[in-house]
Design a protein around this ligand. Structure first.
Ligand code: RUG
Length: 836
């Protein structure tokens, strides 16, 4: 190949390589202190040291990132694009050092410069551009894609404000504050002001009526999407992929005419409305609100991403009909479904293709992952809203629907119920577009995220579609988690013990997690068990220290740690857990001192955010906080039962909580939790699982063996009947579940402060009980008793803990991403040579 510009030798002499030894690391660090931060040793605080460390690590990432991108461009492989409205990345510095294999060197380097790595790491703010499991899954998948050297790019939005910061008032109410995560500058992103696209909203769409099916969409508002690139380093490979996040900007700075006429407000109005699109992440999980700004976010992001993907494809000089051979686009839930009509619009209106050819391309390009079957979470957009914001897309959706229903009618003649069930448009006031139906028919394949969930997708919400399109279009990819962050990074001592025991470099087992099985025989080794348990103990002390320094509370460390951390939601049943805690408290109160002394000491932790408008979820937080206040102050019981609600749950907090847990709770009503991923994280760290027969709990039990998990509660097939009985043959709670009735009464009577406050929450259990607490409470309490009994047999418990970790190989996100790559996207690894 010919050198493109100037003198190759001069270029090469100026090219930066990786800093891989301590002197070059400290040199780059000091350079950044001097020239990027304009500081010196005498005025460099921990925050400055973090920034200098981050910038020097980033230099290394950039070297690899450049090589990787150039390699992809040269080899022009098929690529996959992961479109997700949420990427819950957490902190980057530690992860980047570990993935580069340079953490030890950086630790030594910053020490020489007078800093401790722990202090530096604590300075970083989480990148919290997500609500929970869906966004964190996207982050794990990026890590695995890069680690497996797969050509995968992420596309998302660069929200100015991530998920809100959660504060707890003295009364126990959740308060929300903005999360200005970009305030201290973000060293992990590269603004690409040279990469920008125009995106249109509103206006009108006139059909050309020339038989082509084309329309002219004109007028309205035009805004700019500007790219910010985030480097995604693979583990133990130079491959460094890209996450491209879009920021919205006005196309023109402001309206000069209004400005000159003295109308300053109007002059900046349109620029404000453009910037508003990417200003904040919607803090709802599992609810669809039909808000115009959210629709604009979805379209803005999909339109910009598609323009970028198409431009990259066009650089290859191939005919547009080959697009699906070079691009697979994964829709993470229905949030990016507008990409389907948008690609149709581009192919028909801009590329002049006929409908059939365009539809062929579209349905070979997209893949759709469903993450929930809960009806309130299935996205629907009012037709009048889409007509207003995206008039051309509404036309296209109607056209897609027409052709689709004609085909259904052909296969199932005279089945009008079926047509109305399957239509993209739900009749009503107003009519609504069913996004899951659109995502399904516009995609090549559809998958759920755990075996049970994928079955439910196929037998409930998309049943008609399976009958129409054939079952082979539908599949399952059980979720996974990256063992780099969720074991090596968050639990370094356990990681080191595993490497030592398996006599394997961690580079090996962190990339082939099934190697953990080699730990199984060591469950019988007393010395190993002692080491294993000592690490758990130190992780509890680390957590207790964290609570002490952040909240000023003293947590005992000689107890079982019982953890439930996840979004607050009725279906996840934090209510069941807190009512169980109260039950335990009442039981302890009724015991003699001697009886109490024989019980298992337990510390219960909760953490999680509630959507700001979710009243019942917020009331649950309030109850937890007030129960904690009473229990922790009760001299009779406080040595045996402690309770904490840790505010402002985040990825970083999870990294401290998970390694410290003995038992964690995943207790959703059967059939409601699609998969869950924190269940996998706890088990990987040797925490046992207390759960319902739901989501990925089932597959975890299959792997680790039922004797190592604690299952309780009714099974999915029973749920519908039970709900029916609640409605039509209700049995008073005092009769059906006296233990639970007693707990509710104590709350009502004011044992934890004003009982009246909690009535709306308690009434969800007394009446209707949609999430089946009255059905599952007794078996839940029995399961908790089994957990206590098992924990008192310390050696046996440690064996269970070891066996659990040993059998978690399946749940590596590497396994999951390879399934997507092979069975869905049809892409291959494209290794890149290490930079010199
Ligand atoms: O609730 C699901 C979890 O069960 C799952 O593990 C996770 C990742 O697949 O996605 C969660 N989810 C579902 N988050 N939002 C939705 C619905 O929009």
């Amino acid at each position: 190949e010919q050198w493109p510009k100037g003198d190759e030798k001069v270029w090469r002499a100026g090219t930066r390589g990786l800093d891989t030894d301590v002197p070059s690391i400290t040199k780059t660090f000091v350079n950044h202190v001097q020239t990027s931060l304009a500081r010196q040793a005498y005025n460099l605080d921990n925050l400055g040291a973090y920034q200098a460390a981050a910038l020097s690590v980033r230099d290394n990432l950039l070297v690899n990132w450049n090589e990787t991108q150039m390699n992809y461009t040269r080899k022009a492989p098929k690529r996959a694009y992961y479109l997700s409205l949420e990427f819950l990345m957490g902190r980057t510095l530690d992860n980047a050092m570990l993935n580069l294999g340079l953490k030890d060197k950086y630790v030594e380097g910053v020490k020489k410069l007078g800093f401790s790595i722990e202090d530096i790491l604590e300075q970083e703010r989480d990148a919290a551009l997500g609500n929970g499991g869906l966004g964190r899954l996207a982050a794990c998948y990026l890590d695995s894609s890069a680690s497996q050297e797969l050509p995968v790019w992420g596309y998302g939005l660069r929200y100015k404000y991530g998920i809100f910061q959660q504060l707890i008032s003295p009364e126990g109410n959740q308060l929300e504050a903005p999360d200005p995560w970009l305030d201290n500058q973000n060293p992990w992103e590269l603004p690409r002001l040279d990469v920008s696209y125009e995106v249109r909203f509103y206006g009108s769409a006139d059909r050309l009526n020339d038989g082509s099916g084309r329309s002219n969409w004109h007028g309205g508002q035009e805004v700019l999407a500007v790219a910010y690139d985030v480097m995604i380093p693979g583990y133990n490979t130079p491959t460094t992929n890209n996450l491209r996040l879009w920021e919205s900007k006005p196309k023109r700075g402001f309206d000069l005419n209004s400005f000159n006429a003295g109308d300053y407000e109007h002059a900046v109005e349109s620029s404000n409305s453009a910037a508003a699109i990417t200003s904040v992440l919607y803090p709802n999980d599992h609810t669809s609100f039909g808000k115009e700004l959210r629709l604009k976010q979805q379209y803005f992001w999909t339109a910009a991403s598609l323009q970028d993907i198409i431009r990259r494809f066009k650089n290859l000089g191939k005919p547009i009909t080959e697009f699906p051979d070079y691009a697979a686009i994964q829709l993470n839930d229905t949030h990016p479904t507008l990409a389907i009509p948008e690609l149709m619009r581009v192919l028909i209106d801009d590329e002049d293709l006929d409908w059939g050819t365009a539809w062929q391309i579209v349905t070979n390009t997209f893949f759709y992952t469903n993450h929930t079957v809960l009806p309130e979470a299935l996205e629907k957009w009012p037709v009048p809203l889409i007509e207003h914001v995206l008039p051309r897309h509404m036309q296209i959706i109607y056209d897609i629907n027409l052709f689709f229903l004609q085909a259904v009618e052909k296969k199932f003649p005279d089945d009008r119920d079926r047509l109305s069930r399957m239509s993209l448009i739900e009749e009503g006031q107003p009519k609504q577009v069913r996004m899951a139906h659109l995502a399904c028919i516009g995609s090549r394949k559809v998958n759920g995220v755990a075996e049970l969930h994928s079955d439910l997708v196929q037998t409930t919400i998309l049943k008609d579609f399976v009958e129409f399109e054939g079952v082979s279009k539908f599949g399952n990819v059980t979720n996974g988690i990256t063992p780099r962050r969720w074991l090596d990074q968050c639990n370094p001592e356990l990681s080191a013990l595993i490497s030592k025991t398996l006599k394997l470099d961690k580079n090996v087992w962190l990339k082939d997690l099934t190697k953990l099985e080699g730990l199984l025989p060591f469950a019988e080794d007393k010395k190993f068990r002692t080491e294993w348990a000592a690490i758990k103990q130190r992780n509890k002390e680390r957590l207790a220290h964290h609570v002490q320094t952040t909240l000023g509370l003293t947590v005992r460390t000689d107890a079982m740690y019982d953890v439930q951390i996840k979004r607050l939601h009725e279906y996840k049943r934090q209510t069941l857990n807190i009512l169980g805690v109260i039950h335990r408290y009442l039981t302890l109160k009724a015991m003699t001192t001697a009886e109490r002394a024989k019980t298992n000491r337990r510390v219960v932790f909760f953490a999680g955010k509630a959507a700001p408008a979710y009243y019942i979820a917020k009331l649950t937080i309030r109850l937890i906080v007030n129960v904690a206040r009473v229990i922790n102050a009760d001299p009779d019981t406080k040595d045996f039962l402690q309770l904490y609600f840790l505010p402002d749950y985040s990825v970083s907090l999870a990294e401290v909580l998970i390694p410290a847990s003995d038992i964690s709770q995943h207790i959703s009503t059967a059939g409601t939790e699609a998969s869950g991923t924190s269940n996998m994280k706890f088990c990987l760290n040797g925490g046992l699982l207390l759960g319902t027969v739901d989501g990925a709990n089932i597959e975890i039990a299959e792997e680790v063996g039922e004797s190592n998990v604690f299952f309780f509660g009714h099974l999915t097939p029973a749920v519908e009947d039970l709900r029916h009985q609640h409605l039509y043959h209700p049995v008073p709670i005092e009769e059906k579940c006296p233990a639970l009735a007693n707990v509710l009464n104590e709350v009502s009577k004011g044992l934890f402060g004003d009982g009246g406050v909690y009535e709306p929450l308690l009434n969800t259990v007394r009446h209707g009980d949609y999430y089946l607490l009255t059905d599952d409470f007794d078996s839940y309490i029995a399961a908790l008793a089994m957990v206590d009994e098992a924990y008192l047999d310390t050696e046996e418990w440690i064996k269970k803990s070891i066996r659990t970790t040993a059998k978690m190989g399946k749940f590596s996100s590497d396994r999951a991403i390879l399934e997507y790559a092979e069975s869905y996207w049809n892409i291959e690894a494209i290794p890149v040579a290490a930079a010199k």
